[in-house]
Design a protein around this ligand. Structure first.
Ligand code: FPP
Length: 275
C-alpha cells in the first residue's frame, strides 16, 4: 500500500490503495468527450481525440497495476444515429488507434478483444481490428475488451437465438439452459464479470452496456469528462471500490442478526422488507 508509480510521463500516487485487493475486471463508460470539447469551443471530434489519450493512459496504468481485464465502451449500437461526420471521424480515430497501438500492445503483453456487432463497421476498420486481435491473441497480462457497435440487449438476444438453435437441433435440453450457458453464449464468454464499472461525465445510467454482466458490479460515477479522466482519478475509483462491502445479495457480516424477528415484524411486512 502507498508509494507512487510512473505511468507514461505521469507520477501517480498509490497512497491508500491495496494492491492485493484490486478488481480483476474494470469496465468503463467513457462519456463526455463532446461536452468537454464544446465547453472549450472545440469541435466534438477534438474531444474524442483527447479521449483517445485517456484510453492510452488508463490501459497503461491498468497493466502496470496488474488489472486483468479492462472493458471500454467505445461505440454503442445507438451511436450510429450521430451525425455522419462525427461517426466517420470516430471510425478514423479508431483505425488510427489500432494501427499505431498494436506495437505497444505487443511490447506490453496486452491482448485486444472486441464485443458488439463489429461487422457493421467500415471494412478498413474491420481489417485493422482483425489484425490487432489476431496479433495480440497470445498476450496475457491485460485483456482490453473494446465494445464497438455494442448493445447489451442485442448481445443477450443473440445468445438466446444461439441457444434456441441448439435446442432445435437436439443438442441441448430446455432445462439445460442456465445462467452459465447464457453467460457462455455472450460476447464476453470466458471473461469474469466486471467488479467495478466507472462512468465519467456524471450521468447515472448503464446505457445498454454489459447488462447481464454487471448484476453485482460496483458502480463509480464521476463528474469528470472522459478526456480529463486520467491516472490519478482512476486510482481514486479503485480506492473507492476497496471501501465497498460486496455482499452479492447475502447478509452483511457487520450487521447483527435480529434477536426475535417473528415477534417484532408480522410476516407479510417481513416479506416486503426483503426486496
Ligand atoms: C462518449 O462521449 C464517447 C464516445 C461515444 C466515443 C468514445 C471514444 C473515445 C474515447 C475515443 C476513441 C476510443 C478508442 C478506443 C480509440 P460523448 O460524445 O457521448 O460525449 P457527450 O455526452 O458529452 O456528448
Amino acid at each position: 500500500m502507498g508509494g507512487s508509480i510512473r505511468s507514461g510521463r505521469t507520477w501517480v500516487s498509490l497512497e491508500g490503495l491495496d494492491l492485493g485487493q484490486l478488481p480483476r475486471h474494470v469496465a468503463i463508460i467513457m462519456d463526455g468527450n463532446g461536452r468537454w470539447a464544446q465547453s472549450r469551443g472545440f469541435e466534438r471530434l477534438y474531444g474524442h481525440r483527447r479521449g483517445k489519450t485517456s484510453v492510452r493512459a488508463i490501459v497503461e496504468l491498468s497493466r502496470r497495476l496488474g488489472i486483468e481485464y479492462l472493458s471500454l465502451y467505445a461505440f454503442s449500437a445507438e451511436n450510429w444515429s450521430r451525425p455522419a461526420l462525427e461517426v466517420s471521424g470516430l471510425m478514423a480515430l479508431l483505425k488510427h488507434f489500432l494501427t499505431t497501438e498494436v506495437e505497444r500492445m505487443m511490447k506490453n503483453d496486452v491482448r485486444l478483444q472486441v464485443i458488439g456487432n463489429w461487422r457493421r463497421l467500415p471494412r478498413d476498420v474491420q481489417t485493422a481490428l482483425r489484425q490487432c486481435v489476431e496479433r495480440t491473441r497470445n498476450n496475457g497480462t491485460l485483456t482490453v475488451i473494446l465494445a464497438l457497435s455494442y448493445s447489451a440487449r442485442a448481445e443477450i438476444a443473440s445468445a438466446v437465438r444461439a441457444l434456441a438453435r441448439k435446442v432445435q437441433k437436439g443438442d441441448l435440453e430446455p432445462d439445460e439452459i442456465t445462467e452459465e450457458t447464457i453467460a457462455a453464449s455472450l460476447g464476453t464468454a470466458g471473461i469474469p464479470d466486471p467488479d467495478l464499472l466507472i462512468r465519467t461525465s456524471g450521468e447515472v445510467r448503464l446505457s445498454n452496456f454489459l447488462l447481464w454482466q454487471v448484476a453485482y458490479t460496483e458502480i463509480y460515477i464521476t463528474q469528470t469528462h472522459w478526456p480529463d479522466f486520467r491516472e490519478q482519478e482512476f486510482v481514486d475509483a479503485l480506492r473507492d471500490f476497496q471501501q465497498r462491502e460486496r455482499r452479492f445479495g447475502g447478509a452483511s457480516p457487520k450487521v447483527a442478526a435480529p434477536t426475535e424477528p417473528e415477534a417484532v415484524v408480522p410476516a407479510p411486512a417481513r416479506l416486503r422488507a426483503a426486496h
